[in-house]
Design a protein around this ligand. Structure first.
Ligand code: BGC
Length: 418
């Protein structure tokens, strides 16, 4: 982390988000938000009064595979089409409303309103976007249509959005964390520790830093943690040797990891009498939501979910098989919780405040029955001198974008006045 902050070589990006302040209670007005990242793609219209959200309209859109992995220009044309649809539907297409754009991928920012995509992660691979400013790409797509006026005044990561949303619920929030399709965290750092600052400084005391901890270990530092199964998962993944930490933990990979282990055990005649079904041999046929369901069985001492999942996979099982499958899900989840806790507690030490709230969102965090319990327990052990709490800040990537847009507008005005 320290190397990243000094612009030295590090697997952690430690990107400056140029968000130097949180809400101060003066923000009022209407803001648009676009949230693109994991499984969701949504548009929002949010009304704020004195720093509080008073009204919101949310519309989810389906993002098809061809948009995610096809031509980049078409992806942005599609986003612009949805903005046009949404703003017309809500009668705000001509108002040039400020728009906050949550783009949940590693970005290099020169200011709060531009972000160059460093690399795609998760299951996105649209062409000709890496290395380009996604705000300009979106603005140009909007202009190509010519039927809607919006002002994209902030671009942010979903962890930033989550932190900002968390601040609305608890002003002690200083960390935003996502454990969903991908994983990442951001936190409030002292501005004087950050070397990378491309826009004019305005005496900022603090600034939000997007760690991009999903990439932790891409330089080999966590190779000692990786097992034979992790390497197999990596070799079949979309981006080889990239986002090493994320692949040990997050929702896009946890189930696949379990599947690889189960196949290995079966091939070694330790499971299912050595007989694999066709389905379990298919990549990604074991989603992480099923790990959460099997973990529910572990917590409740039942077998109902596990049986149903194995039946759906056309597997013939014994009572011992059920126990083994449950145990594999427990181990893979427990390792994820331990690794996440190690990083989170390091962050708590780095912030060094007696009392800190961590705003969290993401499907794995929400639906895994004991991820939060474990993280609480392990962080207490690893950072015993600090008070902390995990706070679920749902839909931070949506509402947080509107909040960021409101903060950006306020800062813009104050910089012009001074
Ligand atoms: C992305 C991060 C994002 C995280 C959670 C990762 O793959 O690189 O920017 O915050 O997923 O969505």
């Amino acid at each position: 982390m320290k190397k990243g902050m000094r612009d030295e070589k590090s697997s952690l990006f430690m990107e400056n988000t140029y968000v130097p302040e949180l809400l101060n209670g003066t923000e009022s007005g209407r803001y648009l938000a676009l949230d693109l990242g994991g499984t969701n793609f949504r548009l929002l219209l949010v009304e704020m009064l004195s720093g509080k959200i008073t009204k919101e309209i949310v519309k989810p859109y389906e993002i098809k595979d061809e948009a995610r992995i096809g031509c980049g220009l078409k992806l942005f044309d599609f986003l612009a089409e949805c903005i046009s649809d949404f703003t017309h539907e809500n009668g705000v297409a001509d108002l040039n409303l400020p728009l906050g754009f949550t783009f949940s991928f590693p970005m290099h920012q020169k200011s709060i309103h531009n972000g160059i995509l460093l690399k795609w992660t998760k299951s996105f691979a649209a062409t000709n976007v890496e290395g380009n400013d996604v705000v300009i790409m979106l603005q140009e797509a909007i202009e190509r249509r010519g039927d809607v006026k919006v002002d994209i005044n902030a671009v942010l990561n979903d962890t930033t959005g989550t932190l900002l949303k968390g601040c609305l619920l608890d002003p002690r929030t200083r960390i935003g964390m996502i454990i969903g399709t991908g994983t990442n965290a951001c936190y409030m750092e002292r501005a004087d520790r950050i070397s990378h600052w491309e826009s004019e400084r305005h005496g900022e005391k603090e600034v939000l830093i997007d760690i991009e901890w999903g990439a932790f270990g891409d330089n080999g530092t966590i190779d000692f943690v990786k097992t034979y199964f992790d390497r197999q998962l990596d070799s079949n993944s979309l981006y080889l040797n990239s986002f090493s930490f994320e692949k040990l933990i997050s929702g896009l990979y946890l189930g696949e990891l379990v599947r690889i282990i189960l196949v290995h055990l079966t091939n070694n005649r330790l499971l299912f009498n050595g007989i694999l079904s066709k389905k379990i041999q298919e990549k990604n046929s074991f989603p992480s939501s099923q790990v959460s369901l099997i973990e529910e069985d572990n917590v409740n001492n039942t077998i109902t979910n596990t049986e149903k999942i194995l039946k759906d996979l056309n597997l013939k099982y014994t009572m011992d098989d059920l126990k083994i499958v449950k145990y594999v899900c427990e181990l893979v989840s427990l390792r994820g919780a331990l690794l996440l806790s190690a990083c989170l507690s390091t962050l708590i030490h780095q912030i060094d405040k007696d009392d800190v709230t961590i705003a969290v969102d993401g499907s794995l965090y929400k639906f895994h029955p004991r991820m939060k319990i474990w993280i609480n327990k392990f962080v207490k052990l690893l950072a015993p001198a600090y008070e902390f709490r995990l706070l679920l800040a749902e839909d931070g990537s949506g509402k947080g974008a509107a909040i960021a847009s409101a903060i950006a507008l306020r800062l813009q005005k104050s910089y012009t006045i001074h």
